[in-house]
Design a protein around this ligand. Structure first.
Ligand SMILES: Cc1cc2nc3c(=O)[nH]c(=O)nc-3n(C[C@H](O)[C@H](O)[C@H](O)COP(=O)(O)OP(=O)(O)OC[C@H]3O[C@@H](n4cnc5c(N)ncnc54)[C@H](O)[C@@H]3O)c2cc1C
Length: 315
């Protein structure tokens, strides 16, 4: 049996992937989304998304399902499976191999996302979403008037601390070493905020509680001494700001990577390989929000359409 040739294969069924599918399908491209898990990507694990315009409050799994339904309504197919490799022939046809099947396409949009790095303390996973967060833009509102800790010493940790200082009562940065990795300018800007303090040479070892965290064990990294502090349950938050791991293994041979491992794209989401586009959290400079991932997907979908049209004209 001859393998079907798609116009666009989209790897990843998160906000970037399904937005790309909607735009590509509506432009008339024969479009397939390949997803290894639940529709919605990272938001599928989030109880509440409350910053997507016109949808003030919606569970992440519902929003993800609605994105997939919308893409299906306009003609995009979804197939489940983990993509394990991408190849591109000299004629420019992509072969996308999953753990179940191989698919061919004239263009590929990779929208495989990024995973926030964890800090590694005991209880981190248990209290994820109940005191432990990885995104100030997403979750700061839950900590209005409360005390929050920010773990990390890079530029993004400083940015998170500044963002949180406008919402939380007070912010304490937990810094493993005695100086910041962030640029001096960024660190000084953060330190100029009255309600931000720094606990130098300190790590969080573990957190405990019932529904919410009520105690944290810290370690003084210069003396090795551990000590526990108690809090009223629900009165504190811990924001882990140690960076993201963009999921770029599949495309690494075809693209230019930025120093943080994310993919360099131009304003049309094109990579240096013709016909390969990258969108959402995996691309360099992303705000890493649902709305920006969806916007990237829209741009990538239209760019794939223009690319495929040009290919067909030259056939
Ligand atoms: C707990 C949590 C809460 C959040 N809350 C908010 C919020 O309130 N508001 C907000 O705007 N943002 C929020 N975010 C951020 C938001 O979820 C991301 O910015 C957004 O999901 C990025 O979309 P994406 O499509 O680029 O990637 P992702 O959502 O990461 O989707 C990537 C998809 O690709 C799939 N995939 C990866 N590799 C493969 C492969 N090899 N084969 C097949 N499929 C693959 C994954 O399974 C996944 O479904 C939150 C994130 C988290 C983790």
């Amino acid at each position: 049996m001859e393998t079907q040739l798609y116009d666009a294969i989209i790897i990843g069924g998160g906000p970037a992937g399904y937005s790309a599918a909607i735009y590509a399908s509506r432009a008339g491209l024969n479009t397939l989304v390949l997803e290894q898990g639940m529709p919605g990507g990272q938001i599928a694990t989030s109880d509440m998304i409350d910053n997507y315009p016109a949808i003030p409050s919606c569970s992440g799994s519902e929003l993800g399902q609605r994105m997939q339904d919308h893409a299906t309504q306009v003609g995009a197919e979804t197939a489940y499976g983990m993509v394990i490799s991408i190849e591109r022939s000299d004629q420019g046809v992509f072969t996308v191999q999953t753990d179940m099947n191989a698919y061919q396409s004239l263009s590929v949009i990779a929208a495989t996302g990024a995973t926030p790095r964890t800090a590694g303390f005991k209880g981190e996973d248990t209290y994820r979403g109940r005191g432990v967060s990885y995104c100030a833009t997403c979750d700061a509102m839950f900590y209005r008037g409360k005390h929050v800790f920010v773990i990390g010493g890079g530029n993004s940790a400083c940015e998170e601390a500044i963002y949180l200082s406008n919402v939380a009562e007070s912010v304490e940065v937990i810094l493993r070493r005695d100086q910041f990795r962030a640029s001096r300018g960024m660190a000084n800007r953060m330190l100029s905020h009255d309600n931000i303090t720094v606990r130098y040479q300190t790590s969080i070892v573990s957190v405990e509680g019932d529904t919410f965290i009520n105690s944290i064990t810290f370690k003084n990294n210069s003396t090795g001494i551990e000590y526990e502090e108690h809090f009223e349950a629900g009165s504190i938050g811990i924001f882990v700001a140690t960076g993201h791991n963009p999921a770029t293994d599949l495309v690494a041979n075809f693209v230019e990577l930025a120093s943080d491992g994310s993919v360099m794209v131009d304003s049309s989401m094109a990579t240096q390989t013709p016909g390969l586009f990258c969108a959402g959290d995996m691309r360099a400079g992303s705000l890493r929000q649902v709305i920006t991932a969806a916007a990237d997907g829209a741009i990538a979908g239209v760019s794939a359409y223009k690319y495929v049209e040009a290919c067909k004209e030259t056939l």
